[in-house]
Write a protein that binds this ligand. Structure first.
Ligand SMILES: Nc1nc2c(c(=O)[nH]1)N=C([C@H](O)[C@@H](O)CO)CN2
Length: 127
């Protein structure tokens, strides 16, 4: 299947409150992150059988991503984006994932700041 043939399952605007930031004061409180995910998944079997077991269950992905993000304090939204991508690829067998992590409160003069990444099975952050 080529990239243009892929189906996608989306989770958009997922709100997660967690300890995130490089400054000391940011390690003393939670801040809100917004997560957007697009996950490549062939939806035909699920659609034909109308069967959740064949589907990529976005509720289960949401639960796992939220638990991972809140597991411990982190400094960079880059770390959060990479961790979510690897979780989705490895735990759910997704072949390709796009992750955007927004930290809308971080820069008062900006509407939003974010990082976005695209990862596939067998991509590694360590090369
Ligand atoms: N590329 C990044 N730049 C910055 C980050 C980050 O996570 N990635 N974080 C900060 C601070 O934590 C900031 O959010 C505090 O307002 C600064 N730059």
């Amino acid at each position: 299947m080529s990239a243009s043939d892929l189906d996608w399952v989306h989770i958009e605007g997922l709100q997660i409150d967690t300890v995130i930031g490089v400054y000391e004061w940011e390690q003393q409180q939670t801040q809100r992150l917004l997560i957007d995910l697009a996950m490549a998944w062939d939806i035909q079997a699920a659609a034909q059988k109308d069967d959740i077991e064949q589907a990529l269950d976005y509720a289960k992905v949401t639960e796992a991503v939220t638990a991972w993000v809140q597991q411990k304090p982190r400094q960079l939204i880059e770390t959060v984006a990479e961790g979510i991508a690897q979780l989705v690829l490895q735990q759910f067998g997704v072949r390709e994932v796009e992750v955007k992590v927004s930290k809308p409160g971080a820069v008062p003069s900006a509407a939003n700041v974010a990082v976005s990444i695209s990862r596939r099975q067998f991509d590694s952050p360590f090369g």
